[in-house]
Write a protein that binds this ligand. Structure first.
Ligand SMILES: [Zn+2]
Length: 113
């Protein structure tokens, strides 16, 4: 379940948070973005400083479900244990540690790290 979100309010808050640090507050706005949702409609004029900040924020966003690509099949649906839902491959340090541990247990019978 997702919490209710007012995108226009979020954008307004972002602008408030970032614009005090605009090194050139006297330069005219360079971008206009409009947001229309069920909650209403807003148009924001953005300075170069704010639109750059917004682009950086968007570029750095990753979906919480995005854990990279499977090196085996290229699938993009790794679960929280980095286990590929498409082909079953196990990834990352955890996958390596588990595979090594399983190998050690198999060869020595020892079950401690
Ligand atoms: Zn896979």
């Amino acid at each position: 379940m997702t919490t209710p979100l007012d995108p226009a309010a979020v954008i307004a808050a972002f602008i408030d948070r970032v614009s005090p640090y605009n090194p050139h507050p006297d330069v005219a706005p360079v971008a206009v973005i409009g947001v229309r949702t069920a909650l209403g409609e807003d148009v924001f004029t953005l300075s170069d400083h704010v639109i750059r900040a917004m682009c950086r924020a968007l570029e750095s966003y990753r979906d919480p479900e995005d854990r990279g690509n499977c090196s085996n099949c290229g699938g993009r649906h790794l679960d929280e244990n980095l286990h590929c839902r498409d082909c079953g491959q196990l990834h990352g340090i955890l996958g390596q540690v588990m595979a090594e541990h399983a190998r050690r247990v198999a060869t020595t019978g020892e079950d401690s790290p």
